[in-house]
Design a protein around this ligand. Structure first.
Ligand SMILES: Cc1ncc(COP(=O)(O)O)c(C=O)c1O
Length: 399
């Protein structure tokens, strides 16, 4: 049951809006006493979605043979049609994968690389995805070309210039993060993809954070592959991500696990990669119903406004800056800590652990440009008070 609140607009009319903030905490299993400021890393699943997952598990266990032999494929098609309604395109152009890492691995592993080929990515590529690029490049004798993303990010022009200069005759793939993990910047990927298109370079987008956090029409972006997590910002259960592939590229795209349906094409090959629990994927319609009942645009507007307020609070408390200008942010913001020495990956992980263990505050921390940046997320269950706890730590954070 979605609770609502009534408020008056500037024009004086009364409108109903969903009730956001701590009043929504009960929709989730989030433990009390913890400042949950890190929706971006692992998401949080509404109770109703978990119940739907469990209901699917019960149905499967009642008659596994009938479920897997007769029902599964049609059910996945139905869920994919819902994805198309949410993110654009046709259901047949979407496949389910377990997570963004696995979807992007499939795209990279499906390339036919040759010695001397180049794979292009951004300096802030997500670590796991950077590793996948390196692994496949090394096996083929190809090389990685990195385009530096300015920190803070406030003007696309230098990034677009660097990208133009980095695209070459041997570039076989450009892989861009839609919302960068470390800086939380929402990048102008349609413009970046347009540059690549002019040079005949296919583009894969790591949209791990995008579905639900920003409005999306994936086929309109002009890219060849798009991978998005639904278990972060679309309220799906963990292990739920989707992979879109442009029709002309589908014949060459295969899952990393080759199974019975090799040769049946996309997305059929992805539907069966061995026996697994498909319950989280089949519960996607319930997750999208939850988002729709709250109104996806109202959720985005609430989260973006709360993230802006949180940014102002932290910037004021620490006397620093955000890693992306407001027009390049959505429901997350990374704010620089006022120190520079020892700002490496290990220091970032130590700080995450210290905040979690000593202060019961869950955040992400990244080392960028010789500084540490604390990333906070804003979700419907958050209120500004949650961020005050972090802001108040001040110098103790740096001890
Ligand atoms: C940009 C980016 N790509 C990929 C991932 C990996 O997502 P997953 O663990 O769901 O594969 C993340 C996780 O936060 C991310 O931020």
């Amino acid at each position: 049951m979605i609770q609502q609140q009534t408020f008056s607009t500037a024009a004086g009319s009364m409108v109903n809006a969903p009730l956001f903030g701590h009043a929504r905490r009960g929709d989730f299993l989030l433990a009390d006493g913890i400042a949950h400021l890190n929706h971006g890393s692992f998401g949080a699943v509404p109770r109703g979605v978990l119940e739907a997952v469990q209901e699917w598990q019960r149905r499967i266990e009642a008659d596994p043979d009938t479920f897997f032999r007769r029902d599964l494929l049609a059910l996945l098609h139905g869920a994919a049609d819902r994805i198309a309604g949410f993110l654009g395109g046709r259901g047949g152009d979407w496949a389910f994968v377990e997570n963004a890492t696995s979807g992007l691995n499939a795209v990279i592993a499906s390339l036919r690389l040759e010695p001397g080929d180049e794979l292009l990515c951004l300096s802030q590529v997500y670590g796991a995805v950077g590793n996948a690029l390196r692994y496949h490049a090394e096996r083929a004798g190809a090389r990685i070309v990195t385009v530096a993303v300015p920190v803070p990010f406030g003007d696309p022009a230098p990034l677009l210039d660097r990208l133009k200069a980095a695209l070459g005759a041997r570039t076989r793939l450009a892989l861009f993060d839609h919302i960068v993990s470390g800086s939380a910047a929402v990048l102008p990927i349609a413009d970046m993809a347009a540059l690549c298109r002019k040079r005949g370079v296919p583009v894969a987008i790591d949209g791990a954070h995008a579905p639900g956090q920003i409005a999306l029409d994936v086929p309109a972006l002009g890219v060849q592959w798009y991978v998005g997590n639904l278990h972060k910002w679309a309220f799906a259960a963990k292990g739920t991500a989707v992979l879109w592939c442009a029709p002309e590229r589908q014949a060459a795209l295969h899952p990393t696990v080759i199974s019975h349906d090799l040769g049946k094409g996309f997305p059929a090959e992805f539907a069966w990669t061995g026996t697994r629990d498909p319950s989280a994927w089949l519960a996607v319609p319930v997750a999208l119903d939850y988002l729709a009942a709250l109104a996806a645009d109202a959720v985005r507007a609430h989260n973006a406004a709360l993230a802006r307020a949180a940014a102002a609070l932290l910037i004021d408390a620490w006397g620093t800056e955000a890693a992306a200008a407001p027009e390049f942010r959505a429901a997350m913001v990374s704010v620089r800590l006022p120190l520079s020495a020892g700002a490496d990956r290990d220091a970032a992980h130590r700080l995450i652990d210290r905040l979690r263990c000593d202060h019961a505050i869950a955040v992400n921390v990244a080392a960028l440009d010789r500084a540490l940046w604390v990333r906070v997320s804003a979700q419907i269950y958050n209120e500004l008070d949650d961020y005050r706890r972090l802001a108040a730590l001040g110098p103790r954070l740096l001890a």
